[in-house]
Design a protein around this ligand. Structure first.
Ligand SMILES: Nc1nc2c(ncn2[C@@H]2O[C@H](COP(=O)(O)OP(=O)(O)O)[C@@H](O)[C@H]2O)c(=O)[nH]1
Ligand SMILES: [Mg+2]
Ligand SMILES: [Zn+2]
Length: 400
């Protein structure tokens, strides 16, 4: 099979859109009047997968957005939706390239353009790989007229961690998030793991770590961390795309799912895909050395792309390396979904509503710092909950 002729099965992806059809209430205007005039933090939706499809006024200036758009609508499953779209065919976004989109139309790849009324000046299009869109065919060209509600979306917040940070989606309608990392070149960063783990948990997505490049050697510190993640229920794959070690297990875990491969540039996401499916021919990059000697991956994957694998109903979104992953402003309860061991221990804290910050009889502080993994997780939890001012450029936590 040629690399760019995927045998996308549109039925599975179309079914994802159908999933929401019943719940959807198209035509409900945005409840502007119900929005507080001054920003108060909008609640995260309890059911992250539920649809709140709404009309969208795409020609609003950015500072005219109702507060919901700022912090909630872009994050949630709502999208720019035009009226009376139900009769239009659905295609799936394979790759977003600015205002051009590679789509799979019945398994055939085509370019689609975003309808002018859906273009919002000043912000990138929120449509990403994995999205299902409604299209009109205009003398052989496809125009995107609407976006189906998402089953899930994974993305990060960019900008400072305040109400003005914006949600930057990476991929939609996923089942599984695989955070690929390496023991060295680039170095292992558990701080990034905690951020992804939490973001995936908030979307009710299965999360797994894939430690690639095991042929380079794995230190006992990294082993300890991975054991810790296993102990809190995270699946950890260990692979070497170089030697083929562990590839079969990873491949089995991807079957019948739509998965995202994410993580720092240079950890081997694209090489892993080539190892799983040798015909794919994904471009990979040699590691370049910076003057300081620190390994830096060259960006060879420039935008996220939905790739069909040969197993039925199996897709992986290969994504460009990301250096920072902001969780945005996050409520203590939402943050805790990424820290199940803290939730469990906190049942034994003697202070009601203990914040685990020096309260007498804190069961979390009594136990977690006793192990390197627990100490890392407690520090990470505090960092993310804002005890330490956190920006997107905040450094990763040391391993031990
Ligand atoms: N030693 C070793 N190198 C690897 C492995 N997997 C990938 N690489 C190398 O790491 C570099 C970056 O790989 P790439 O797939 O482009 O990383 P990506 O940015 O995550 O997609 C390339 O030079 C690969 O050959 C591995 O398992 N072991
Ligand atoms: Mg790549
Ligand atoms: Zn406590």
């Amino acid at each position: 099979m040629a690399p760019d002729q995927p045998n996308l099965d549109p039925h599975k992806l179309r079914a994802i859109g159908k999933f929401f059809e019943e719940k959807e209430n198209r035509g409900t205007p945005p409840a502007k009047s119900q929005q507080p005039s001054k920003p108060s933090k909008p609640p995260r939706p309890k059911n992250r997968g539920a649809s709140r499809a709404q009309d969208w006024e795409p020609d609003l200036e950015e500072d005219e957005y109702p507060e919901t758009f700022e912090r909630y609508e872009r994050r949630s499953t709502s999208h720019p939706v035009a009226k009376n779209l139900d009769s239009l065919p659905i295609v799936t976004i394979v790759e977003a390239r600015g205002l051009d989109f590679v789509v799979s139309n019945q398994g055939e790849l085509q370019i689609a353009k975003l309808a002018a009324r859906l273009v919002v000046s000043g912000i990138p299009s929120p449509i990403v790989a994995g999205d299902d869109v409604r299209v009109t065919s205009l003398s052989g060209r496809l125009r995107i007229d609407g976006v189906e509600p998402r089953r899930s979306v994974l993305g990060r917040f960019v900008g400072k961690t305040d109400a003005r940070s914006t949600f930057d989606p990476i991929a939609a309608n996923l089942d599984l998030v695989v955070l690929v990392c390496s023991p060295t070149s680039p170095p292992f960063r558990p701080g990034l793991i905690d951020r992804y783990l939490t973001a995936a948990a908030l979307e009710q997505l299965t999360f797994a770590i894939c430690l690639n490049k095991t042929d380079l050697g794995v230190t006992s510190e990294v082993e300890t961390m991975l054991e810790g993640y296993r102990s809190i229920g995270v699946t950890v794959f260990t692979t070497s795309a170089e030697t083929g070690d562990g590839i079969d297990m990873l491949k089995d875990a991807l079957a019948s799912k739509i998965s995202l491969f994410t993580g720092h540039s240079g950890v081997g996401k694209s090489t892993l895909l080539n190892a799983i499916e040798p015909d794919l021919g994904r471009r990979t990059g040699e590691i370049t050395q910076s003057i300081s000697g620190e390994g830096k991956g060259r960006h060879t994957t420039t935008s996220a792309r939905l790739i069909p694998l040969s197993s039925p109903d199996t897709y992986v979104v290969d994504s460009p390396g990301i250096r920072e992953f902001g969780l945005g402003p996050i409520s203590p309860d939402d943050l805790l979904v990424g820290f199940p061991e803290i939730v469990e221990r906190s049942q034994h804290c003697q202070t009601r509503h203990c914040l685990h910050r020096g309260e007498p009889g804190c069961a979390v502080e009594a136990v977690l710092p006793q192990t390197p993994f627990g100490a890392h997780r407690l520090a990470s939890y505090r960092l993310l909950s804002g005890e330490t001012p956190q920006t997107d450029s905040s450094p990763d936590l040391p391993i031990a």
